[in-house]
Design a protein around this ligand. Structure first.
Ligand SMILES: *Cc1c(COP(=O)(O)O)cnc(C)c1O
Length: 356
């Protein structure tokens, strides 16, 4: 068996130890005689799995007690609608920071429910930096931003200051990659398929006092209160996704938790950026201080070599390096589960290709 180095932005690489455990437990989870996929979500076996996943994630992120942790479906994209539906709470406008493709999608949905004030945008320089100055509206229901733009490769290295206005963050592509202070946020959300587990599970961490009032016509399934009151079991949750996410949380704990992961992520990103900066054969367009540790887009000086680059990488067991269609070139996503060796192998290949 050959495991490749998978640089996909999502669904993305998972820790091999997690996959091995899932394989061992596939037919008979802990003597239950069943696969997790076959279990009742209300049975004691699955309840134990879900509670374990919840308490491990709470521990990893030090989630305060006045925050609910929800296991939902619909991806981060469903949150683009659920956030205005639940957090407007009678207000008519929300602030959004526009830093690229994912921010734009969130903004597009919010506009269906309220006036969107663009508190800052980096569109003037093609979304290649994180704006430092915000024009906030003190009456806004919340401020929304995308701490890591997965496509553009731009990451905020700080948390915007929004005073009493709740801060909402789409952490789909950098949750669990670095230390965060959850109490600075009103709501954090993330699709699982990048840095957590399989597609189909969405994590929402929301301050209790922000939920309970929805816009008129909000479907039951889009009401955070319903999910919070039912401990994410109002309907059938994505059970297998929660199970795998739980194994990933255990893996994180066994490997030193968030601090150890952050140190490793800094090292991996530095390896790649140091090389990119040492050559003019490749180019990363993002302002140095705002470069993502998770998603690293780069172009080749001569785009006609793109195909040969991808082919050469594939021959060396490195896949999914093609950049997003809106940016072109290449993109290396190097989430928690990407080993240091994978990044080293990529840089070795990049050097070899540049010097050929
Ligand atoms: C991938 C991604 C999304 C979309 O996630 P889905 O789960 O596919 O809806 C939203 N925001 C960011 C930052 C992403 O990386």
């Amino acid at each position: 068996m050959t495991r490749i180095y998978n640089f996909s932005a999502g669904p993305a690489v998972l820790p091999v130890e997690v996959l091995e455990t899932a394989r061992e437990e596939m037919l008979d989870w802990h003597g239950s005689g069943m696969s997790v996929m076959e279990m009742s979500h209300r049975g004691k076996e699955f309840m134990a799995i879900a509670q374990g996943a919840e308490s491990d994630l709470r521990e990893l992120l030090s989630i305060p007690e006045n925050y609910k942790l929800l296991f939902l479906q619909g991806g981060a994209s469903a949150q683009f609608s659920m956030i205005p539906m639940n957090l407007l709470r009678g207000k008519s406008s929300a602030d959004y920071i526009n830093t690229g493709e994912w921010s734009k999608k969130a903004i597009g949905e919010a506009k269906k429910y309220c006036t969107v004030n663009i508190a800052a945008t980096s569109e003037d320089r093609k979304f290649t930096y994180a704006p430092k100055e915000l024009k906030l509206n003190p009456d806004a229901a919340y401020v929304h931003y995308t701490p890591n733009e997965t496509i553009g490769g731009v990451e905020f290295d700080w948390v915007p200051e929004t005073g009493n206005v709740p801060l909402v963050a789409d952490m789909s592509s950098n949750i669990l990659s670095r230390r965060i202070d959850v109490s600075k946020f009103g709501l954090i959300y993330a699709g699982a398929q990048k840095n957590i587990g399989p597609a189909g599970l969405t994590i929402v961490i929301v301050r209790e006092d922000l939920i309970g009032e929805t816009v008129k016509g909000t479907p039951t399934m889009f009401d955070y209160r319903i999910h919070a009151e039912n401990e994410s079991m109002y309907n059938t949750p994505p059970t297998y996704g929660i199970y795998i996410a739980g194994l990933v949380f255990k893996w994180l704990k066994d490997n030193g938790g968030i601090d150890a992961m952050e140190a490793k992520n800094i090292e991996k990103a530095k390896t790649l950026y140091d090389y990119l900066d040492s050559t003019d054969f490749y180019h990363n367009p993002v302002a140095v201080e705002d470069r993502s540790r998770m998603n690293i887009p780069f172009t080749l000086k001569d785009a006609s070599l793109d195909e040969a680059f991808l082919k050469g990488a594939k021959a060396r067991n490195m896949v999914q390096l093609k950049g997003h269609r809106s940016v072109g070139g290449m993109r290396a996503s190097i989430y928690n589960a990407m080993p240091v060796e994978g990044v080293n192998a990529l840089v070795e290949f990049m050097k070899e290709f540049a010097n050929a």
